[in-house]
Write a protein that binds this ligand. Structure first.
Ligand code: ZN
Length: 85
């Protein structure tokens, strides 16, 4: 895996995206100048300082992480979420 995943398992790289005007989750992209961070929403390059935040902070920023549903089934997507009783 990447070096960043080795940093800590429960941190997510976020930064301020000027285009989205909010704190966004970022991903690594590579271009001619090397590693670059981009906004997951608009793909704009994000040059502001990264903030590594934990799951609770990420959820507070509006992201859903972790298991979608715990109440039986597979979490949806396959039709088995319909309860049979
Ligand atoms: Zn953005």
């Amino acid at each position: 895996m990447t070096r960043e995943n080795a940093r800590t398992e429960t941190s997510f790289p976020t930064a301020r995206c000027a285009a989205c005007d909010r704190t966004v989750l970022t991903y690594v992209d590579f271009d001619e100048i090397g590693e670059r961070r981009r906004c997951v929403h608009c793909d704009a390059a994000v040059d502001s300082e990264l903030q590594w935040i934990g799951a609770p902070e990420l959820e507070a920023a509006g992201y859903q992480i972790g298991e979608p549903r715990r109440s039986g089934g597979c979490g949806g997507g396959c039709g088995c979420a319909t309860r049979r009783s």
